[in-house]
Each structure stands twice: as C-alpha cells, then as structure tokens.
Design a protein around this ligand. Sequence first.
Ligand code: RFL
Length: 382
Amino acid sequence: SSADVLICGAGPAGLVLGNILRAEGIRCLIVERQSRAHVESRTRAGFLAANSVRILSENGLAEGLHTNGQHHDTCVFRGDHGEFELKYSGLGRGEIHTVYPQQDLVRDLIAEFLNRGGEIRFATEVQEIDPHDAALLLADGSRLTGRFVAGCDGQRGVSRQAVPAQVYHWDHGISWFALLAQAPPSMAAVMYAIHPNGFAGHMARTATITRYYLQVPPGFDPDAWSDKEIWDELHVRMRADQHGELRTGPFVERRVVDMTSHVMDPIQHGTLFLAGDAASLISPSAAKGANLALMAAEVLARALATQINLGDAQPLIRYSAEVLPRIWRAQEFSHWMIDLLHGPFGNDSDSVFLRSLQRARLESLRDSRAHQDFFAENYIGV
Ligand code: RFL
C-alpha cells in the first residue's frame, strides 16, 4: 500500500485520527471490518465533553455537531430523600456536554475523511497485525504495509493482541440493561435514580429517542422482559408516583453492558499505537469512552505528524506516558460514579454499612459546593 499510516477500525478514534493526519498531508488508509451502512447506524454514545468538542472544532470536524447537537448542562439525582439538581455549567470549570449521537458523528467523520482524500476499505477484516513491519494481515490472505499502524479497532479488535503489555482488568460485577426508547425525553436533565431495586438512568438523545438504563444482574437476558415490564420497572425506580410519569414508547434497542474496565500499559509496541477502546475500556457510568477515544486520537495524530513531517520521534516515544495518566483519571472518576450509583442489595451489616456510605456521599454532593465542583470538573473533563 502507499499509505504512511494504516488505521485498523473506523470508529471515533480511527476516524478522528485519519482526519487530522489527512489535514497534515499524511497518506492514510483505514481498514474496517463492517460495511459503511453498519458503522453509520451503530448507536452507542451521545455525550461529548468540552474537550471533545474542542478537538472536533479545531480540526474542522464539528459542522454537524454545531448544527444538530444539543447543549446539556444539568443532571438530577433521585433517591429516597427526594431529588436534587446539579447544573454544572455553573460549577467546576463551567463546562457543558454536547449531545450528538455517535453514529451521526461517525457519518460526518467518514464523509470528511473521504473529502480530504483518505481511503477506507469497508467490509475488510484485519486478522493480525505485525508491529515490527507495520503490516496488516487481512482475512483474504493479503498483506498491507505502511510506516505506522494505529490500532483503533475497539474492545474486541485484534490490535491489542499484538502489544505485549500488562492488561489491568476490573469487573464491577454489575450490568446495565441499555435501552433506546422511541419516545421523547421525559425531562431535560440526565437523571440518575437510586432505588432499593437497583440503579436506573435517563439520558436525552434526540427529540424522538431517549436512552434508559436499568441495573440488572450479570448474565441478564435482554429479551426476558416485555416493553411494559421494563416501563413499569423504570417507573418504580424513578419514583414516577412522586415526580411524574415517564414518556413511553417502544424500545428500539435492548442490550446488556457489563460494568467492566481494562487498561493496557503500555499502549504501543514497535510501529503499532493503540487508541480508544482498544487501549482502554471504561465502564459507561460516566459516559467517557468516546471522549477518551477522541483524546488519544488527537495526541497520536500530533505525534505521528511530528515524526512523519518533521522527523522528530520524541512525541511518539512518549505517547503511552502522555495518554495513560488521562485514562487513569477517567477510570478513577468512573469508578467513583459506580460506587455513587450502586449500593449492595443485602440487609446484612456490610451491605447496610456500604449503603449508608453511599447515602452520605449523595448528601454531601447535594449540600457541599466543593463536592459539586469536584463532580463537575471530573464529569465533563477528560
Ligand atoms: P469503536 O467505536 O468500537 O470502533 C472500532 C471499529 O473497529 C472495527 N473493527 C475492526 N476492523 C477491522 N478489522 C478488525 N479485526 C476489527 N475489529 C473491530 C469495528 O467494526 C469498529 O468499527 O471504538 P473506538 O473508535 O475506540 O470508539 C470507542 C467508543 O465507540 C466507545 O468508547 C463509546 O461508544 C462508549 N460509550 C459512550 N462513550 C461516551 O463517551 N459517552 C457515552 O454516552 C457513551 N455511551 C457507550 C455508551 C458504549 C455503549 N456500549 C454499546 C458499550 C453507551 C453504550 C450502550
């Protein structure tokens, strides 16, 4: 191949990386296992942090986001003590989220990458990566070589396997039933409900689609409950009798997401560099996955451009050291959120003790401006 950088995977990480490299005049080729239609309709994330919006804006990738994204700055915590609201535009660094569905962002990024002269091979699976020769071995037996490889193939990709690194893995032993309802949002805010039956969450997506989450036991069958049973449970956990009915509709997506995290260290080997979910998987409790993917893509793009265009290898050598502390900061906050939102169920002394700590933490968040500033800084920061 005639590419300097071979990118494995056309998710947010690979596409932002490719777009920045193209703007630097660097030849790159993206190889993506799925079809274009598939990746452009894959619903996942929606909450973009201020740093992500900055990365997209500074690199000419934010037109769709600025036209159709929704500003979002409030979350509500609901529990047996009633509810309280945190308007984070007035807390911490005063930053907000922009809600823009991930599949729309991916669609914009693909169009712009092609517009910048990039090449994407869809429906082409990478089977193995050779980190010494910067080579991709494809499922059809052919081999592509470049100068560098970016492993942006997500949590189930092959590039992680080519990096001899420590993998630090954490399983919270909790799962979320992730639902997309064809229904308008029930309120403007993100809502986190803490209930003896388990956590429930509400996140606005668009005027017609709303995301809901229900804590479920690991291994839960996403087809076990009817739509009505799901809405009934959401009403119970969100205490609709006290705070108002939810706006219902059919569920157009049901999936169970395990609250697990992993971090690799280092995230580079030879000519291969990992970014996004390939480098670290973060539990979705604080909506950080796509934001970390963009953060690493920007750092990697600058480092590759400095090497290729200026002959300076230092930023590439330091890539893991630059990115990993930011990944760990996000992991720490995500972990903190999980403890905030999920108490143990039992009535034994240990469970009651931990639930009492959880309640005290929520009360502190309700009452302490310092605690609220901490929350806001970390909730939106990467
Ligand atoms: P992606 O998006 O998974 O893209 C990887 C791409 O690589 C392709 N691929 C291969 N291609 C060629 N050969 C192979 N062998 C390949 N193996 C894989 C795949 O087809 C795919 O196209 O990874 P990337 O770019 O690192 O981006 C990561 C984000 O997608 C992910 O972190 C977020 O979606 C996580 N996430 C959220 N993040 C947020 O920041 N805010 C949110 O609100 C948020 N909500 C979510 C989420 C993830 C969820 N799920 C499904 C786990 C909600 C959910 C339900």
